[in-house]
Design a protein around this ligand. Structure first.
Ligand SMILES: [Fe+2]
Ligand SMILES: [Fe+2]
Length: 157
């Protein structure tokens, strides 16, 4: 399968789309975040002229947060930050099948949190893109929140 076929197959999958209901950062759902991270991985690899395994890059990046719950809700599993990469890898293996590179990418994406170190080019790209996107998503949310606060303060009594 090509990276585009992989991308389309996963993005159109019903279970993957449940990520639309789970908040990730700010206004971004897990679904939005996963696509943003995947696109960023490809942009970075092009900018750096890296020869990457595109099929694995698409699959690992899209499924890196496939943990399938809302970590903002009270009943989510404890120690989400440390454990969700493992949950995502197990779920993705069960629902989509992963090769060893893809599984390692997902398990190591939270480095330096957790003990898994990214070892392939694809895993390093994913680890960096994930942090970049998470920061931008969080800041966008904060900016919006600040704007709302300012609006609120200026609103006539
Ligand atoms: Fe994650
Ligand atoms: Fe992520």
């Amino acid at each position: 399968m090509t990276e585009t076929e992989n991308f389309n197959k996963i993005v159109q999958d019903k279970k993957f789309q449940t990520g639309k209901n789970f908040v990730q950062h700010g206004d971004f759902s897990v679904y939005d975040h996963s696509i943003y991270v995947c696109e960023t991985c490809f942009k970075m690899s092009k900018k750096l002229h890296l020869k990457v395994d595109k099929e694995s890059l698409a699959k690992g990046a899209l499924l890196h947060d496939y943990f399938l719950y809302d970590w903002h809700k009270k009943d989510h599993p404890r120690f989400h930050s440390f454990r969700h990469a493992g949950f995502a890898a197990e779920n993705a293996k069960r629902d989509f099948g992963l090769n060893s590179k893809e599984e390692k990418m997902i398990r190591a994406h939270m480095f330096p949190l957790g003990l898994k170190v990214p070892t392939s080019k694809e895993a390093i790209l994913l680890c960096i893109a994930d942090k970049y996107c998470a920061t931008r998503e969080t800041l966008k949310g904060k900016r919006k929140h600040l704007k709302n606060l300012i609006k609120f303060r200026k609103a006539p009594e």
